[in-house]
Design a protein around this ligand. Structure first.
Ligand code: UDP
Length: 346
């Protein structure tokens, strides 16, 4: 399905990769961003592309987009804890008013609306791994609530629009994603560890590092978003990589991969930092024929090269230059037995 797609937050980390992928398949793209946490450089290579238009606007205030629209992808929001904790009111505004503006544009144009929600809606989960049917365990008044509750409200608003006005919608719950175009000062775990290793600084593990995350490469994530958009599912659908690592395992993997002799230091654990996180992606596998394919070692190497180039430091060694390659063992995937082979073209 090609068409004219409006990408809110198209200048951001995931949003800019989504713009690339949509243009590659022949869609026109209207990228809307106020560049508060996104970056002009993420879409600089698209200027002059005949299918690409940039609208600089804060989607919490309004959506100055004219003409026909096939799809509205709402990825506009600060997403790193560092960013949303620094912009609490803006985060709540873009999840509420920004979502409303996106839904109204989609409804007016007869377009499909895709909300980028988050694994944060599960909070500190007491069900593991997290299926879409789990309602979560969120502190509604803690510092992270500005993001968690804004996304939970955005999900509620999106489903209410669908039920009351018939707007065509889909909700994706994005789990931790990494890759090129993460900002060096983004504050998330992968960019922090890679930059610290590149600079020979200690890797900052928060708490004892026993908390877990499951990291999805951005190319896999964007492929999942488009598969959901192209389907008739409403969701919510988890899109993430179920390979789960402790933060300490991740720190060691980064050190090994980059041949770094940086040390590891422990800093205070942020308030309400979830103790574990891993998506159950049975629904995405069975209904969309989607699953991630990029190994952590490969994704980390690409991320490290991009960050190294950006900050002007020599990158990680290529395969063969540095001992034997790291083989990371993640926890076994409890949903694997339920996998069925799916043809994405079914
Ligand atoms: N973290 C860490 N050191 C860092 C940055 C993050 O140990 O320099 C931890 C953080 O406490 C969390 C995990 O890594 O447990 C993932 O953090 P991130 O900010 O990437 O995203 P989150 O999953 O918390 O939204």
């Amino acid at each position: 399905m090609s068409g004219r797609q409006v990408v809110l937050g198209g200048g951001g980390f995931i949003g800019s990769h989504l713009c690339d992928r949509l243009l590659d398949r022949g869609d026109q793209v209207v990228c809307v961003d106020d560049f508060s946490t996104g970056r002009r450089s993420n879409v600089a290579h698209l200027h002059g592309h005949p299918g690409f238009t940039l609208v600089e606007a804060d989607v919490s205030v309004g959506l100055p987009v004219e003409g026909p629209v096939t799809g509205v992808f709402h990825l506009a929001s600060p997403a790193s804890p560092t960013d949303y904790l620094a912009r609490p009111l803006e985060t709540l505004a873009v999840g509420s008013e920004g979502t409303r503006h996106g839904l109204e544009l989609a409804h007016r144009c007869g377009a499909r609306f895709l909300l980028a929600s988050t694994s944060e809606v599960y909070g500190d989960p007491d069900v593991h791994p997290q299926p879409e049917s789990y309602w979560g365990n969120v502190n509604p008044v803690g510092p992270r609530s500005v993001y968690d509750e804004s996304k939970r409200f955005a999900e509620a608003l999106t489903l209410a629009h669908h039920r009351t006005l018939g707007t065509d919608v889909a909700v994706v719950r994005i789990f931790n994603t990494y890759g090129p175009r993460l900002r060096p000062d983004d504050g998330r775990v992968v960019s922090n560890f890679v930059l610290q290793a590149l600079r020979g600084e200690p890797l900052t593990v928060y708490g004892d590092g026993s908390q877990t995350r499951s990291l999805c490469y951005v190319g896999d994530e964007v492929r999942g978003l488009i598969a959901l958009f192209d389907s008739h599912l409403t969701g919510p659908v988890n899109i993430g990589n179920p390979d789960e690592y402790t933060v300490l395992q991740l720190a060691r993997a980064v050190l090994d991969l980059m041949g770094s002799s940086s040390t590891i230091i422990h800093l205070a654990l942020p308030v309400d930092d979830p103790t574990r996180r891993r998506p159950d992606i049975t629904m995405a596998r069975e209904a969309l024929g989607w699953e991630p394919t990029t190994a952590l070692e490969d994704g980390l190497a690409r991320t490290a090269s991009a960050l190294a180039e950006e900050v002007g430091i020599a990158g990680p060694p290529r395969n063969g230059e540095q001992g034997s390659p790291t083989v990371l063992e993640s926890e076994p995937d409890p949903t694997a037995g339920r996998r069925k082979e799916c043809d994405p073209n079914d």
